[in-house]
Design a protein around this ligand. Structure first.
Ligand SMILES: Cc1cc2nc3c(=O)[nH]c(=O)nc-3n(C[C@H](O)[C@H](O)[C@H](O)COP(=O)(O)O)c2cc1C
Length: 169
């Protein structure tokens, strides 16, 4: 879709394909809604902004059906997915799909945020700042606790496909 915000001569589909050359890991962001249900959304926009203090950011599309849940949450977890988490990745990236995480797959972190029981790493975050930016909301969190399983293979995303990122350990 070409909009007035798109630079002239810019093909958005082609631009997305160019960005697809930047291989990433895959994460599930998890947060409670006002009723206490745990919701999950697949993202690859997470970035470590600062180590001292530990601050992460991720970007949430303004168009997401999950926008209200994730912008109202004051705590959330960022869960880096394992290579065998294809099913999780598909379920929680389906457009308009059910975003509620089954209770047998979650535990509660120090902030009270829900997290996956099994992940390469789970970062427990308290909301620091939300910043509207273009067609996304940038969400910053202070990491207050984490768990990690460094020996396990991770799920990756490259040129529109899920791939396995082999652990060196
Ligand atoms: C590998 C991958 C990475 C994604 N990264 C993001 C992201 O960083 N931010 C985001 O808002 N949506 C991201 N999405 C899209 C959401 O997971 C989901 O597909 C989208 O929100 C579906 O639309 P809905 O929320 O309106 O149902 C990603 C999807 C995939 C497959």
């Amino acid at each position: 879709m070409q909009t007035s915000d798109t630079p002239p001569g810019f093909d958005p589909g082609d631009y997305r394909r160019a960005l697809g050359g930047f291989g990433t890991g895959v994460a599930l962001v998890a947060a409670h809604d006002a009723q206490g249900l745990a919701h999950g959304l697949i993202i690859n926009s997470l970035t470590s902004v600062s180590l001292h203090p530990p601050i992460m950011l991720w970007c949430l599309a303004n168009s997401s059906a999950a926008f209200d849940v994730f912008t109202q949450a004051t705590t959330f977890s960022l869960n880096i997915l394992r290579s065998d988490d294809h099913g999780v990745a598909q379920q929680f990236s389906r457009r308009g799909g059910d975003r509620v995480i089954p209770s047998d797959q979650i535990c509660t972190m120090e902030t009270g945020a829900p997290a996956l029981t099994a992940a390469v790493a789970s970062l427990d975050c308290r909301l620091r700042l939300r910043q509207p930016m273009g067609d996304h909301e940038v969400i910053y969190g202070d990491v207050v606790a984490y768990r990690a399983d460094p020996g396990v293979d991770a799920l990756g995303f490259f040129r529109g496909r899920f791939v396995t990122l082999k652990s060196g350990e």
